[in-house]
Ligand binder design. Structure first.
Ligand SMILES: *Cc1c(COP(=O)(O)O)cnc(C)c1O
Ligand code: SF4
Length: 442
């Protein structure tokens, strides 16, 4: 049986051809290790960064936000540098990473931790097997930054004052069980390596994970999902060992007819900089297939013009815009969620501006474990009550799945209805009945 230690990076060429931009940026800021060492995780460090802009009441507001957030804070200097500090509260980058107590709204009454029921669909620790032919591998619980809207705030990142995380056993012990499961389950042909984030895997481990997956004959496709390119693009241009490991996996895959791809996570066109261009250029030249998954968030990218720009810029970098997810209902981010109606409207504005294959599918990852559904494909949607009902015939055929619009998008009467348990039950049963009638009529 292949183990992690069978592969080492020593066998990888350290010669990475660098683009001219990357060569010019060989300073501290362009060094991923420096960025990691200087990641900001505490409010006092943030104060230092803000310098003259750090006013006391704002800092207390951030402390309050962190105390109520399910995610610890971690931001690279690179991302801090993208924030417009003179417009801190409205800044679309800030909103993704730094909570502010005063903006947090009460959660929707339907909210649950682990709303996607990932732990329920885990046959072995660290692997989610929800769909028939594909599985999600949680390779690490660490990320280069922590996003407030993270679905996996039940497990990713450090404990916070509101959530103590379920810590998985160490990777090495989980890995053997995961591999045994993948080998014994040849129906799985597609593996997503996520986490956590593969940017936090050491090159040797990344290589071992990739090569070992490639040694399983039934696996035809492997994706590495990472926020890294969006928040630490200099890793690609400065950590040659890591990039070599990725390229080596990609080349080995291509040679044996297996597609290796790299899934990025950009949410706003302002996240695309010269560093990103240099990194994406390098990965493209070295034959890495790239796709992007975004999360639709109020005040970040819920504007058709912003979304169009993002789609165009990613397309230019040969990063195919693949998905735009509506925000999963996660504690502390209710104010960032958008309604199904809004998601449908933005999708309509975006479709047609560029190549169809560069037009993202707007999806709802249905709470309750139905998996991803096209946002337009609801069986029933009542935008007044703020409730959409989906079916997932290929995942759980007998169940209906509900996505609630954020309360603040509703009239005050509809909000009051959700907060009254009896009326909320009526909304739910009415919507379910309407969905049943409509799907029977088809
Ligand atoms: C998102 C996801 C996948 C991959 O789904 P695609 O629609 O192919 O991108 C696989 N497994 C789980 C559990 C997922 O959440
Ligand atoms: S990088 Fe991904 S897994 Fe990590 S906190 Fe952000 S959304 Fe969650």
């Amino acid at each position: 049986m292949t183990t992690l230690t069978d592969y080492t990076v020593a066998s990888v060429s350290s010669e990475v051809p660098m683009s001219s931009i990357a060569r010019e940026m060989r300073n501290e800021f362009a060094d991923a290790a420096w960025q990691e060492r200087h990641a900001v995780t505490r409010v006092d460090q943030l104060c230092e960064w803000m310098g003259g802009n750090a006013d006391g009441s704002l800092m207390r507001d951030i402390e309050l936000g962190l105390a109520r957030a399910p995610m610890a804070m971690r931001i690279t200097p690179y991302v801090l540098n993208l924030i417009d500090w003179s417009n801190f509260l409205q800044d679309p980058i800030r909103k993704q990473f730094i909570p502010v107590g005063s903006e947090i709204l009460p959660s929707h009454p339907l909210l649950k931790m682990d709303s996607l029921h990932e732990r329920e669909s885990s046959p072995v620790d660290g692997l989610v097997h929800r769909y028939q032919d594909k599985a999600l591998l949680l390779a690490t619980d660490r990320c280069p930054v922590y996003c407030r809207f993270c679905t996996r705030s039940y497990s990713v990142g450090l404990d916070t004052s509101s959530v103590s995380k379920k810590r998985p056993p160490p990777f090495q012990s989980r890995w053997d069980t995961i591999l045994a499961y993948l080998r014994a389950t040849p129906v799985i042909v597609d593996v997503v390596v996520s986490g956590g984030d593969c940017f936090r895997l050491k090159p040797s481990r990344l290589l071992a994970v990739g090569m070992t997956l490639l040694s399983i004959p039934s696996i035809r496709r492997v994706r590495f999902a990472t926020k890294g390119l969006a928040v630490l693009p200099m890793k690609v241009t400065s950590d040659h060992e890591w990039t070599d490991a990725l390229v080596k996996i990609s080349d080995a895959g291509r040679n044996q007819g297996v597609e290796i791809s790299f899934h990025t996570h950009f949410n706003h066109p302002g996240e695309i900089t010269d560093y990103t261009i240099a990194a994406a250029e390098l990965l493209f030249k070295r034959g890495i297939r790239m796709r992007n998954q975004s999360v639709l968030m109020a005040g970040v990218n819920d504007d058709p013009e912003v979304m169009k720009q993002l789609v165009k810029k990613l397309s230019d970098l040969h990063i195919q815009p693949y998905y735009v997810y509506t925000c999963d209902p996660v504690a502390g981010i209710e104010h960032m969620r958008c309604s199904v109606k809004q998601a449908c409207q933005i999708e309509k504005a975006v479709r047609g501006i560029t190549a169809g294959y560069n037009t993202p599918l707007f999806i709802v990852d249905t709470p309750g474990g139905g998996g991803k559904r096209d946002v337009h494909s609801f069986e029933h949607y009542d935008s007044q009550a703020g409730i959409a009902v989906y079916r997932a015939p290929s995942v759980r055929p007998d169940q209906l799945f509900i996505y609630p619009d954020p309360l603040q998008s509703l009239s005050s009467d509809a909000q009051a209805a959700w907060l009254d348990p009896q009326r909320a039950n009526h909304i739910l049963s009415d919507a379910v009945e309407a969905a049943r009638e409509k799907s029977m009529a088809v």
